[in-house]
Design a protein around this ligand. Structure first.
Ligand code: AMP
Ligand code: MG
Length: 419
């Protein structure tokens, strides 16, 4: 059935999807599990890190001006008046001209000390140390708060936490952290011809590749996928599986979304009351991709061909999942690259995305396709680290021409999609 839905360009589709997203609520999780999650709170430091002036080396805490002129053939001799370990206390110890305190990395500095001379530049004997070089003021000296100052906004709502961020949370004594909830993604495959992995492959059947590949993609962006199974090409079956998908925040179906006689997905969405926002996209692969919403839930009908389904995931679903998780960085970077091979296709009214591999030569991006670009050839996507963007209506492109490529293996950056 033709639902009279509009056909949109790729950037229009991305815009429509993003407009439909309301970020999910927060949950509190242990910082042990927080990497890659998106912060739902600003983190404001309530302490100085480090909390005290401390030594950046194992050596001797000294007064820099008392070390003037020290050299291997003219050492400056200082009396050692004590020792401070990491975690130890400087109580009762003071450095004055002519005195030094033996100190370990991370130990609090004693009163008066303004520099540390590392062991390698000293000789020690009988309670005295000989400095073999001068110390500069504040050498090997960690200032209180030099890492983080009280009141500083160290992490912002919407930041995706990396390992260093988790370290910062630990340094500020956050056992747990508030992050955006992960979207639950229900995945439904459709097709009479599909066999799940493990099932016997009868004549004419193909493996349900999409369920597994899309679950993997969803996991990659930290969503919680669940495969609900295969619906055969009948409206009641598609409806039935969709009914079970409504617990999820995002519903992905693959196949059965075009104009074929047995394509029931759009009918099933319509029956359910999903408000369809677009019915097709002028992009290849990925044309039979439609999108709708119902009560804050997002519904995608993705193409059946695995390459098309994954391409649509990359362009449409992934940014939506990231936006649901409160991310500010939604799109992969697009850069300019030199074509290493001619691309000879007849002009098309669709934008085309060819699977490519870029490399860097002499400081410039170069790109070639990964071979046969038929959307049924999965290998072409496996080998790809970018998509070559061929604008609508462009004809043959000779080798050496500049094209734009989307770096799909790179993490998202701030700013628009760049198509
Ligand atoms: P459709 O969009 O249902 O017409 O499917 C288009 C093509 O994709 C057909 O060749 C299907 O066999 C294939 N296909 C559909 N769903 C899947 C799937 N889950 N895994 C692998 N191939 C599929
Ligand atoms: Mg089908």
């Amino acid at each position: 059935m033709n639902h009279g839905l509009k056909t949109v360009s790729l950037p229009e589709a991305q815009g429509i999807i993003l407009d439909a997203v309301t970020p999910l609520g927060p949950e509190s999780i242990s910082i042990f599990r927080a990497v890659k999650r998106l912060l739902h709170q600003d983190i404001v430091a309530d302490a100085m890190i480090p909390p005290l002036e401390s030594s950046a080396r194992d050596g001797y805490a000294v007064l820099a001006r008392g070390t003037a002129g020290a050299a291997p053939d003219k050492p400056v001799r200082l009396e050692i008046v004590g020792e401070i370990q990491a975690g130890g206390s400087p109580q009762g110890l003071a450095v004055t001209p002519g005195k030094a305190v033996r100190i370990m990395t991370g130990a609090p500095l004693p009163t008066g000390a303004d520099a540390v001379v590392q062991f390698e530049d000293t000789r020690e004997a009988d309670g005295w140390v000989e400095l073999l070089r001068e110390a500069a003021p504040f050498e090997n000296y960690r200032q209180r708060g030099e890492n983080i100052k009280t009141g500083e906004k160290v992490l912002l709502k919407g930041d995706r936490l990396n390992a260093a961020d988790v370290g910062i949370l630990a340094s500020l004594n956050h056992e747990t952290v508030r992050v955006y909830r992960r979207p639950r993604v229900a995945i439904i495959s459709t097709g009479d011809e599909l066999a799940a992995v493990g099932e016997e492959l009868e004549f004419g059947k193909v493996r349900d590749v999409n369920a597994y590949a899309l679950c993997a993609e969803a996991r990659k962006c930290n969503a919680e996928p669940e495969h609900l199974g295969i619906a055969r090409d009948s409206l009641p079956q598609v409806r039935e599986l969709l009914g079970r998908a409504l617990e999820a925040d995002v519903i992905l179906s693959t196949g059965g979304g075009s104009m074929g006689k047995y394509d029931f997905v759009k009918d099933a969405y319509a029956d359910l009351g999903v408000e369809m926002r677009f019915g097709r996209v002028r992009v290849k692969p990925g044309k039979p991709c439609s999108f709708g919403t119902m009560g804050g839930k997002l519904f995608f009908s993705l193409p059946g061909n695995p390459v098309s389904a994954l391409t649509c995931f990359i362009e449409f679903v992934r940014p939506a999942l990231l936006a649901l998780m409160g991310a500010r960085k939604l799109y992969k970077p697009v850069v300019s690259a030199v074509l290493d091979e001619a691309i000879g296709k007849k002009p098309s009214k669709n934008l085309r995305l060819l699977r490519g591999r870029f490399s860097l030569r002499d400081g410039e991006f170069h790109v070639a396709t990964t071979g046969d670009q038929k959307s049924s050839i999965f290998k072409s996507l496996r080998d790809a680290n970018c998509l070559i963007i061929i604008p609508a209506n462009s004809g043959r492109m000779p080798a050496g021409q500049k094209v734009r490529v989307q770096l799909i293996a790179h993490e998202e950056i701030e700013g628009p999609a760049g198509f």
